[in-house]
Design a protein around this ligand. Structure first.
Ligand code: ZN
Length: 78
């Protein structure tokens, strides 16, 4: 676990097959020759959900500001 953390910091990660250090963006391990899943694929899927939540928060904030502005205009005009 400590080795994995140290490896991630320096742009490296451990091969899940042989445990040797490889580049974080490596598709194939240079030590054992096995193909490895890209870590970025998992991050993309996590971000997909985060973006929807963030988008909803932004829309709610914008609607709230617009509602406040319209209310002020209505009170000032009426
Ligand atoms: Zn390997």
């Amino acid at each position: 676990m400590l080795n994995l953390l140290r490896a991630t910091r320096s742009g490296l990660r451990s091969c899940p097959i042989c445990g040797e250090e490889i580049l974080a963006e490596a598709v194939k391990c240079k030590h054992c020759g096995e193909f490895i899943e890209q870590v970025s694929l998992d991050e993309k899927e996590a971000c997909w959900f985060c973006r929807i939540v963030l988008g909803l928060v932004v829309v709610i904030l914008i609607l709230g500001v617009l509602g406040f502005v319209f209310q002020v205009n209505y009170l000032a005009g009426g």
